[in-house]
Design a protein around this ligand. Structure first.
Ligand code: FMN
Length: 201
């Protein structure tokens, strides 16, 4: 299924086509494609080129790892994410390698890397559904994540599937229109709260 964004202004089709499904097809992702997804993340910009991200990846053919990944998700997310062929955690290093000083952009940079990964996935007909609904401390224990690192988001990656495979309430959400604030609400100029003139046209 596709669910293109009804954008107010023209955007690249990869931006329009990216969305977060909860129904996934029972189709594995090739290792070649997985390499391309993380290669896209690799080329994200980051503060001081620190590249403070890491990913723990569980493919469904490795059931031990896959079940461990499911065990850190909240119940609601397990309900649909278990159908995805790949689950992952995006993890950020919160201090700079060179001097251990706090890196206040680590989460931002990790989000940027994951955004590029998502766009690359879209280009291959894949979808990435990110999740805040997981337990970072359980993830630390289950996967042995070091203290300097923190799991930021979980990801379900796969080919979007049939909405009929979802329980009714999730099916309704899957088929609901996509909505966003207009740019005039969040693009300002001159002073906080003053909409940038170009954003009102
Ligand atoms: C950081 C982050 C956390 C999210 N957490 C969850 C989650 O725990 N469960 C879920 O079903 N969706 C989650 N989402 C998906 C959002 O609800 C979704 O991106 C948003 O509704 C916009 O839909 P779209 O991605 O299809 O444009 C999350 C998205 C992001 C970026």
């Amino acid at each position: 299924m596709q669910k293109p964004a009804p954008s107010d202004y023209p955007v690249h089709e990869l931006i329009r086509e990216r969305w977060s499904p909860r129904a996934f097809a029972d189709t594995p992702i090739s290792q070649e494609l997985l390499r391309s997804l993380f290669e896209a993340a690799r080329w994200a910009p980051s503060s001081s080129n620190e590249q403070p991200w890491a990913y723990l990846v569980a493919t469904k053919d490795d059931q031990d790892s896959f079940q461990k990944m499911l065990s850190v998700l909240v119940e609601f997310n397990v309900g649909w994410a278990k159908s995805a062929p790949v689950l992952a955690l995006a993890i950020a290093k919160l201090s700079f390698a060179r001097n251990n000083a706090p890196n206040r952009n680590a989460q931002y940079d990790t989000g940027a890397a994951t955004a590029l990964l998502s766009v690359e996935a879209t280009a291959h007909g894949l979808a990435v559904h990110q999740m805040a609904g997981f337990d970072p401390e359980k993830a630390r224990q289950v996967f042995g994540i070091p203290a300097a690192w923190e799991a930021i988001a979980a990801l379900a990656i796969g080919y979007s599937g049939d909405p009929d495979s979802l329980p009714q309430p999730l099916k309704v959400r899957e088929l609901a229109p996509r909505t966003r604030k207009p740019i005039a609400e969040f693009v300002m100029a001159g002073h906080w709260g003053h909409t940038a003139p170009f954003a009102t046209k």
